[in-house]
Design a protein around this ligand. Structure first.
Ligand code: ATP
Ligand code: MG
Length: 199
């Protein structure tokens, strides 16, 4: 064995010890609260990726879409065939298109009822609250209501929250928080959102 091989073996052994220790220390099992926030692209994509993962094991999943950058959504089209997936969509589109606080608030409260039902159902393994942070920001929903529903959910249920500027309370409550950082985005260079890639 060369020196390099020996060094590699030693460092892999150290890494294995470290990883094994961490695995042994992680002994709690329960549903999680994940927050995907930040200005970079990938929050909703990551949420749908996790939905696919859970459906892959035959778990029941609920996705609540609070606002839509696009009416179309490739993942929803594809995964809708799965009887274990339930999708609830807010009845209005862009808030900067509707520009009507009253109808937006009503639409938000309606879809929130669906979310609350999913958050009470112990048979639902994963719930996604896509773009809910905007509902809190615009004041269509209050943080105390959302916090309560999250705290009172079944212990085995995982929830993913997506959207920019996640509330401090959500970040504090969460087990895993990922901030997508905008290094650059094609849109800023005048390139249109692309079907099958951006939505
Ligand atoms: P995606 O749905 O692609 O995972 P996202 O959920 O992280 O993106 P949103 O803020 O929900 O981002 O944006 C919705 C739409 O805007 C998507 O079509 C997405 O590709 C696009 N987008 C995301 N980030 C940016 C950005 N920094 N600049 C311009 N457009 C963006
Ligand atoms: Mg999104």
């Amino acid at each position: 064995m060369t020196d390099r091989d020996t060094r590699h073996r030693n460092s892999m052994q150290k890494l294995k010890t470290h990883v094994d220790e961490r695995i042994a220390a992680a002994n709690e099992q329960r549903g999680l609260l994940l927050v995907f926030t930040g200005n970079g692209k990938g929050k909703t994509t990551a949420a749908w990726g996790t939905v696919t993962r859970a459906l892959g094991y035959g778990y029941r999943v609920g996705v609540v879409q609070f606002i839509k950058g696009q009416w179309e959504c490739g993942e929803r089209e594809r995964l809708a065939e799965d009887p274990n997936l339930e999708v609830a969509i807010m009845a209005t589109g862009f808030t900067w298109e509707t520009q009507n606080r009253e109808s937006d608030t009503r639409a938000c409260r309606e879809v929130w009822q669906q979310a609350e039902r999913l958050l009470r159902d112990p048979d639902v393994y994963l719930v996604v609250l896509d773009e809910i942070t905007y509902m809190l920001k615009f004041g269509y929903l209050d943080i105390a209501t959302v916090e309560r529903a999250l705290r009172e959910r079944p212990a085995e249920q995982t929830v993913i929250v997506t959207g920019r500027n996640a509330h401090r309370e959500l970040i504090d409550m969460a087990d895993t928080v990922t901030e997508m950082r905008d290094v650059k985005h094609a849109f800023d260079a005048g390139i249109q959102a692309r079907r099958g890639i951006d939505y």
